[in-house]
Design a protein around this ligand. Structure first.
Ligand code: ZN
Length: 344
């Protein structure tokens, strides 16, 4: 991407605030992104004060934790007074062991009894199986079945991140539109033997959602396929148990603003506000990060940086200028409904 200064002269809303308080249902305060010593890397009360100042009223902490490690995270987040909602997971790498169903039930009932509102699942289910299983399991493998059915039974929505952008499954060449990011982080590439293709991932994802109509799925990162809004739109029409979040995909949405706007307005009841915020962001970074999200959704500003300019797409984005009613659904109402959060 060129670093040349842009000579466009136009109105810029760089300090945009949201039209109502927001629920950010996709953020990270724990070891998944901050590492094992996460607790030393931020002060919960201070982060919450800062977020409140940026219009956030509640924020989910998505982690692959259960048992004692989940308890430890909850203790770290206690100072938030309920503002940070811890979301734990289940040990998916026990899926081939006898008693997995019992383990899932015990873990999920425990979350539920302590006020848990969702279960977090991650791309490692289909991409990191070799170490534990000797091979990768399909997402729709029958061994994972207890997760889908017990979440349905307990009314525990699943926030799931499947695969990664399609480019991460293609060769790292200059033709790859995430070439810069993948050259810097070759470990993010899934272009190697023994890995399900991106297309297979989309088929497996659809199969699981289709076959479990009684289970709610919030599929992160624009349903895993922000590059193909037509496909995601078809899924949303076909599967009323599916929601999506927009976390870390403003690069994709903002380079197709006409399609993205149409898509979000059409599915205004099924799109959730998530950001992939990390609790250790310094205050200036956090402020710019949230302002950019609001600017993208609320204004028609053109040609500005998305929230992850150093990673992901090496291009600029345009704002969607959504109306206030749509914004309120995305910011707050949909999350309240999907996760059964108390109003007030
Ligand atoms: Zn995330």
């Amino acid at each position: 991407m060129t670093n040349a200064r842009c000579e466009l002269v136009h109105e810029e809303h760089e300090s945009e605030m949201p039209v109502c308080p927001v629920i950010d249902m996709h953020a990270h305060f724990g070891p998944l992104l901050l590492g094992p010593d996460y607790a030393d890397k931020f002060d919960t009360a201070r982060v919450c004060d800062m977020l409140r100042g940026l219009g956030v009223e509640k924020i989910f902490c998505l982690e692959l934790l259960w048992g004692d490690e989940f308890d430890r995270l909850c203790r770290k987040l206690e100072a938030s007074g309920g503002m940070v909602v811890p979301v734990g997971s289940v040990d998916v790498f026990k899926a081939l062991e006898p008693g997995f169903e019992y383990l899932v039930r015990r873990t999920l009932e425990d979350f539920k009894s302590r006020g848990g509102v969702a279960l977090k699942l991650w791309k490692n289910m289909t991409l990191a199986g070799e170490r534990c299983f000797g091979r990768n399991l399909r997402l729709d493998d029958p061994h994972f079945e207890p997760i889908w059915s017990i979440c349905g039974e307990l009314h525990l929505p699943i926030v799931i991140h499947v695969a990664d952008p399609p480019c991460f499954f293609r060769p790292i060449t200059p033709e790859n539109e995430h070439y810069t990011c993948l050259s810097q982080h070759p470990e993010w590439s899934f272009f190697r033997p023994g890995i399900f293709s991106f297309e297979e991932h989309m088929e497996m994802q659809e199969a699981v959602i289709r076959d479990h109509p009684g289970t709610t799925f919030v599929v992160a990162h624009v349903g895993s396929y922000a590059e193909n809004l037509g496909r995601v739109s078809d899924w949303l029409v076909r599967y009323p148990n599916m929601y999506i979040d927009i976390a870390a995909r403003l690069d994709q949405l903002g380079r197709q603003p006409y399609s993205a706007r149409e898509f979000i307005v059409r599915h205004a009841d099924r799109v959730l506000f998530g950001t992939d915020f990390e609790a250790w962001f310094p205050p200036a970074r956090a402020a710019g990060f949230y302002h950019t999200h609001y600017r993208f959704l609320q204004t028609r500003d053109e040609y500005f940086d998305h929230p992850f300019p150093d990673m992901l797409g090496q291009w600029k984005i345009c704002g969607l200028g959504l109306d206030a009613a749509t914004l309120r659904k995305i910011y707050r109402d949909n999350a309240r409904r999907a996760f059964g959060l108390a109003v007030g």
